[in-house]
Write a protein that binds this ligand. Sequence first.
Ligand code: FES
Length: 183
Amino acid sequence: MAADRWDAPHIDTAELIKDKDKKARLDQALEEFRDKPGQLVRVLQKAQEIFDYIPEGVQVYVADRMSIPISEVAGVVSFYSTFSTRPKGKYTIGVCLGTTCYVKGAQDIVKALKKELSIDVTETTKDGLFSLTSSRCVGACGMAPVMAINDEIYSRVKAEDVPFILAKYRNRAAEEENLNGKS
Ligand code: FES
């Protein structure tokens, strides 16, 4: 599908990225990492940083500019869990699944989050509020099991805490929306 698109001579892949500023930053990364080892991964890391995720249009553009098949770009994007092809939610929840956290019940937290949010790990809720991710040991084993929501860390989390923690963020988002509506 996408592979045919950028191979087609009448397609200008530059048109795939509407935001001129972001496109300029991506072009800069393509230039900066040109012919360097691990060029593709580094460009994609930069793309993720610029766009917050790596949409298909960006993958096609990168493949075109690097003269490599789109399948190679898509393969790298799907291989690394740090890359996302969908926009992240307002709040990213990361549950540590390192050994200590796992032993102390991290899986139960994940289960509770999946149930509460009706999504799987790596997915984002339909309302765009939460993304669910997991990680390896984050070096806070003494507080296991740990979970982070954006840059707030929760220690010794229990599955039954999950609805209350999520409610806090839902309320926060609603308050922000109200304030924005009033301003
Ligand atoms: S295993 Fe979770 S912080 Fe170390």
